[in-house]
Design a protein around this ligand. Structure first.
Ligand code: HEC
Length: 460
């Protein structure tokens, strides 16, 4: 079934390609300044520039020329720009897709020796915000810098990031910005909210605990971090207010939707600040959290649920169990029936290195299907929170179904083990060598007209 639809998508692409080739003319001579730089600046240099998250730049003619052949190849193979979701299944805000015309330009330019072109045709590089994927934050809260020795493997930290404001306020966006972009793997962060008068000093206590070494239980960890109120009771913990995964950008919703109440005194609690392999150099990582205040307080804060591994309901587990025998390809699913009408804002599929493909959709009580997302070729490096262009209404009683395929053979070049070994999920272990199958949904309780509300807002 999946093979058939992939084949079909392929045929459509070829047809479009031919049509475009005839109509949308490719210039006689393709040059960098006239034709290539505009494509790179619109689609690539957000990451491929000094200080971006890719390890080489495509800004200058000299830089781009060196990579001309590689660029033509990766765009043809749809490896770059990185966008694993199939745009023929569903479309999302800010999707990174290169047109067939632009691919052809890059290919011709490379094939003809990558000529430079007239200097006066060179476009200006877009203005990229510094230190944020969104813009200039109203407040920046540093995460305690952390030292990583060279050649160190996975580290999972529990980190407190306290703050104090002049008054209670409302945030539209909370954005985690990794200090060392290629070493910070992911973050899942909650917010600790102190009621007025309950906590004198939010800065007291330790800031960073290494979960493997420092602590026996989570409660002991919370004590060490000084999280309890002064009277020993516990403050409210709001889950998942600040997340980071490879490729993710801070998410903005229309005014009055989403957002977070920030009490005057509080702390972010990064449950898993996961540092990956550090290669040859010692690193002092200085990550931080950006806060963008809301213009108006939100009346509709976003809610979230997860199905699959660590299902937030407990009743939407992975089926069958996520135990993947060596040298096998395994399909699993998770299914959850929504008890009320909801409006979906974003979805985030999550698997690790054995992931091969992922698909999620909803089936309405009367049998119609609502498409959510299809990732025909899973890529561990790019796990976006995909935001729909308009809210997606899922009626009460619909089943949300997520399906994943895992490839634990040696043909899977990302297989962490040679020869392949038994791999499974382990109490939600986020280690890249354990597996997970998770589908995270951000939503609102449905209101009349939600399906017409555009979420396509790029800037605060
Ligand atoms: C969202 C960020 C992002 C965008 C947008 C992006 N890239 Fe990349 N690109 C990366 C990262 C990160 C890597 C490094 C991947 C790695 O090290 O495995 C990379 C790798 C590459 C490579 C090297 C591939 C390899 O195997 O080493 C080429 C060539 C490339 N990109 C070209 C492009 C082109 C051309 C575009 C635009 C059409 C583009 N990229 C858009 C982030 C991006």
């Amino acid at each position: 079934m999946r093979k058939a639809s992939l084949f079909f998508a392929g045929v459509i692409c070829v047809l479009l390609y031919t049509a475009c080739g005839n109509k949308d003319s490719i210039p006689e001579t393709v040059t960098f300044t006239e034709h290539v730089a505009p494509i790179l600046y619109n689609n690539c240099t957000i990451c491929h520039r000094p200080g971006g998250n890719a390890h080489f730049s495509l800004v200058t003619y000299e830089d781009a020329k060196k990579s001309a052949g590689a660029c033509a190849y990766v765009v043809k193979e749809k490896i770059m720009p990185p966008w694993p979701a199939d745009p023929n299944y569903t479309e999302f805000v800010g999707q990174r897709i290169l047109s067939e015309h632009d691919k052809k330009i890059l290919e011709k330019w490379s094939a003809e020796g990558a000529p430079q072109g007239p200097a006066d045709k060179m476009p200006a590089l877009p203005n990229y915000p510094v230190g944020s994927t969104i813009g200039t934050p109203d407040m920046r809260i540093p995460v305690q810098p952390y030292f990583l020795k060279s050649n160190s493997y996975d580290k999972f930290l529990l980190v407190k990031v306290p703050y104090e404001l002049p008054a209670d306020t409302f945030a539209a966006i909370i954005e985690f910005v990794p200090g060392t972009k290629n070493v910070v793997h992911h973050v899942n962060g909650d917010m600790v909210k102190y009621d007025a008068g309950k906590k004198a000093d939010v800065f007291a206590g330790e800031r960073v605990l290494n979960m493997a070494e420092d602590t026996a239980t989570l409660l002991q960890a919370y004590q060490k971090l000084g999280l309890p109120n002064d009277d020993g009771s516990y403050p409210v913990l709001q889950k998942s207010v600040v997340n980071f995964l490879p490729g993710a950008t801070g998410q903005r919703y229309p005014d009055g939707v989403g957002g977070y109440f920030l009490p005057r005194k509080g702390a972010f609690l990064l449950n898993d600040l996961h540092y990956g392999f550090t290669k040859q150099e010692d690193i002092m990582d200085s990550s931080y959290i950006n806060i963008f205040f809301a213009k108006i307080p939100s009346k509709r804060p976003a809610k979230e649920f997860q199905i699959g591994t660590l299902s937030s309901f407990g009743n939407a587990p992975v089926l069958p169990d996520l135990i993947i025998q060596p040298n096998t390809v395994k399909q699993v699913y998770s299914r959850y029936v929504v008890p009320d009408d909801i409006s979906i804002l974003t979805v985030n599929p999550h698997m690790h290195l054995l992931g091969k493909s992922f698909k999620a959709y909803a089936v309405k009580p009367e049998g119609d299907t609502i498409r959510l997302i299809s990732i025909p070729r899973w890529d561990f490096n790019w796990q976006y929170f995909y935001t729909f262009k308009k809210m997606v209404k899922i009626p009460k009683g619909s089943a949300i179904i997520a399906e994943g395929v895992y490839d634990n053979t040696k043909q899977n070049l990302n297989n962490p083990f040679t020869p392949p070994q038994l791999v499974r999920d382990r109490d939600g272990s986020m280690k890249a060598t354990d597996e997970m199958f998770q589908f995270i949904v951000t939503y609102l309780p449905y209101q009349q007209g939600d399906e017409n509300i555009s979420l396509d807002i790029q800037k605060p």
